[in-house]
Design a protein. Structure first.
Length: 145
């Protein structure tokens, strides 16, 4: 159940493209954590998307007004991803952003991905700690949040 924070410069995504990016990174985050793609699991995976005015995005210590700067902070339960899975997730979300975002094509994609692992005992939802095993094998009668 990744919790993600997607930050980007204005104009990087159209509203439709942003919806497609969020849908795909949600699906990738869930499946790579080996969670079932159920409505309940989907409802526990949140993405907070925030667009920043170009004048508020600094590159090399200067406001360049450039487009297409993207940062994705992915918070997951410790042990949910292996080192190889993290690399695959970084590749997939970078490719997804590149596919749907208005990024310069003649330069490297400016996509930062940070994966933060949080111990199960430090991850809570709805007043209780989260158990990775329960997320991987949820009761079938759980209704989406």
């Amino acid at each position: 159940m990744p919790l993600m924070y997607l930050s980007y410069t204005e104009g990087t995504f159209t509203p439709d493209a942003l919806n497609q990016v969020v849908d795909q990174i949600t699906r990738d985050g869930i499946s790579l954590e080996k969670l079932p793609l159920t409505p309940w699991v989907h409802s526990t995976t949140w993405v907070f998307a925030r667009e920043y005015p170009r004048a508020q995005v600094f590159h090399g210590g200067k406001s360049t007004g450039a487009r297409g700067f993207v940062a994705l902070d992915i918070n997951v339960i410790q042990g949910g991803y292996s080192a190889a899975t993290k690399q695959e997730l970084i590749k997939r979300v970078t490719d997804t952003v590149g596919k749907y975002g208005d990024l310069p094509t003649d330069e490297p994609r400016r996509v930062y991905v940070i994966i933060r692992e949080v111990a199960e005992s430090n991850w809570g939802f709805d007043g209780q700690t989260i158990d990775l095993e329960m997320l991987r094998n949820p009761p079938e009668d759980l209704k989406p949040l």
